[in-house]
Design a protein around this ligand. Structure first.
Ligand SMILES: [Zn+2]
Length: 300
């Protein structure tokens, strides 16, 4: 039997449609499966993302807590440290005070005492330790001169500094005992007559020489010992530099206390000498109370 071509065609077409539809259906079903599984995956990922975000949030919160705790700890430490440093400060202050008192105990208060025609150093006073002034600093090397041991270094540095600056400076006398002073004055009286002797041997600087911290200086620039010393380069150098070594001119020109003694320099410590120099004052201008504040640091 002959199957008409048309039928064959339709049958084939139908089969093809069925196959295609089947295939389409299959693909459709397959894609849905894939899509579902993808959707499930996305959902899963989303969930895990949410979990991660949550965890991250928790971690952040934890971090914030930790930071806060750290800050609190740091504050505590700072408070503790400041307490410790306050305590250390207090201890330092106390030991400083003790140190100052201890230091002061060893310093002779006479070293910064003001003397006058009515207030003298006791004739029995003796300096603690005296040292020999090296002959190279002496005006007259035939005699030996003594200076308070704790002042000798300052004097040496001043004399060396002057020499380095081309200034000829010599020590005429330093420490004088009560007895020496009396006999010196007597000899001046003998040589020049009482009126002149009083001008430069002086009741005035006598106590300061007995302390051992005072020197009379001169320079080969003048022919005599003291006359016209105020005209020398040595004197000018002293007025500009002696304070750096703790020395001050006890009786400057036009002071209202005593007469001018340009050669007579007393050791009062660098701080006080510098104050006097800077404020253009002299030792006897200050009150004893003001002066006493410098006693503890006199040898610094
Ligand atoms: Zn003198």
């Amino acid at each position: 039997m002959k199957i008409p071509e048309q039928k064959v065609f339709f049958a084939l077409g139908g089969a093809l449609i069925i196959v295609l539809a089947g295939y389409g259906g299959y693909r459709y079903w397959d894609l849905r499966v894939v899509r579902r599984s993808l959707e499930a995956k996305v959902a899963e990922l989303g969930q895990s993302l949410a979990i991660t975000e949550e965890a991250l949030l928790l971690v952040r919160e934890d971090n914030a807590d930790l930071r806060e705790a750290l800050l609190a700890e740091q504050n505590k430490n700072a408070a503790f440290e400041s307490q410790i440093s306050n305590l250390a400060g207090a201890v330092g202050e106390i030991s400083g005070t003790v140190g100052t008192l201890e230091k002061l105990r060893k310093i002779d208060p006479e070293l910064l005492r003001k003397y006058s025609r009515v207030y003298f150093l006791s004739e029995n006073y003796l300096p603690t330790r005296l040292a020999v002034v090296e002959p190279k600093y002496l005006y007259n090397t035939d005699v030996s001169e003594l200076i308070l041991e704790s002042v000798s270094g300052f004097l040496r540095r001043m004399m060396d500094s002057a020499r380095e600056g081309g200034i000829a400076l010599k020590v005429v006398s330093a420490y004088r005992s009560f007895g020496e002073q009396s006999s010196l004055k007597a000899s001046y009286k003998f040589t020049y007559g009482a009126g002149t002797a009083n001008q430069f041997s002086a009741d005035q600087g006598y106590s300061e020489h007995q302390l051992g911290s005072t020197v009379d200086l001169t320079s080969p620039e003048i022919s005599g010992v003291f006359a016209n010393f105020e005209t020398t380069n040595a004197y000018r150098w002293l007025t500009q530099n002696a304070h750096r070594f703790g020395f001050t001119l006890s009786y400057p020109e036009r002071n209202t206390y005593y007469q001018f003694e340009p050669w007579h320099w007393r050791f009062v410590g660098v701080a006080l000498a510098a104050k006097l120099h800077n404020e253009d004052k002299f030792f006897y201008d200050l009150t004893q109370r003001e002066i006493n504040e410098y006693l503890v640091n006199i040898f610094d």
